[in-house]
Ligand binder design. Sequence first.
Ligand code: NIG
Ligand code: FE
Length: 412
Amino acid sequence: MQHLIGPFSELLTMRNLPLNGPLSDDQLPVIRNGGILIDQDGYTRGIGPFNDLRRAHPDAEVDRLEGDWVALPGLIDTHTHLCWGGSRARDYALRVAGVSYQEIAARGGGIHDTVAQTRKAGDDILLQSTVARANQLLCKGITTIEVKSGYGQSVAQELRLLRIIQEAARKTRATIIPTALPAHIIPSAFAERPEAYLDTLYEEFFPVVQAEQLTTRADIFVDEHAYDAALAMAFAKKVRAMGFDLTVHADQFSTGGSSVAVEAGAVSADHLEASTPADMKRLANSNTVATVLPGASLGLGIPFAPARKLLDAGCCLAIASDWNPGSGPMGDLLTQAALLGAYEKLSHAEVFAGITTRAARALRLTDRGILGEGMLADIAAFPTADFREILYHQGQLQPGAIWKSGRRINTL
Ligand code: NIG
Ligand code: FE
């Protein structure tokens, strides 16, 4: 049985937009008084003026909307660390009092602290909190969420987190895309010989990840206080040869990560606060998506990544939340994307593309990020008649109606 949803005052389909470079709002494809025809498998079978679809499909069940609604494709958050235990409120208090993120880490706080708290947390509590966080995002219109491991930092603990993330994926209606981040920090026991830790990953971790089909994606944090570019390049080659898609925490505090990402053919390079014009050019001439994480800048109180320059250089720009207990505790993609847009002078089209169609590319998903025939019917609809209201309210106008694979989500 097919069903028809509508009428929407505006459907922002995000179809046929260039994947790279600047976008202006007059490029946004808008269907007025639109409808979406959905099949029983949750895919879109027709999109266009509501009344035309109703006439053409008289047997379709009608899910009629009252009032004004603007629909976007379900939002996609391509970079989160939702699976953690404990809190880093103490770090935050230190940071706002002037101690830097790196200093806190050097004192044993930071990521090391979350690793200790996560290892202590039971499977149940980690599962529950991961599902609760995913559902919180889903209620804000984010229908696809990437979730990294990264707070285990040993073969056994990283496998445990990936198994919990896999279980969480079964317990939420959002799509979860898991990513292995076993090379997040250098575990203290391997401080003098990080390459030995990476060797244990190649020998004991990634083969199990593949055997259990825990994920097809691998990530590494390249920075002064994490893995250097040479180690990261070795890691990148190894995991790519094993068949993993690569993504890199790159250029957050120091450069080097994005060139590893480009050279190794990573699907995305994420952070980029410290990227130079040469890094931007390299990214623009590659198939690696440039992903910026305004939530990490807001959490750390540092400038945003140069999103405007990345776009002007010709990059494919995605925007993600980086929701994590340390640098990015806010976990609110729309607010962050709106603020980034205000400070970096991004058009609405650039911001929306960064959390829909361009984000889909960062995860190599070809069935979402666009409202169109053959695409999953993942939809986030906002109670307004004008799409410009969405970012104008800087995250305070929430989607009041959300569909995941054609089925309505009960929002809060
Ligand atoms: O993306 N940069 C490294 N990793 C995370 C932060 C993790 C944490 O602070 O707990 C990030 O910002
Ligand atoms: Fe991150």
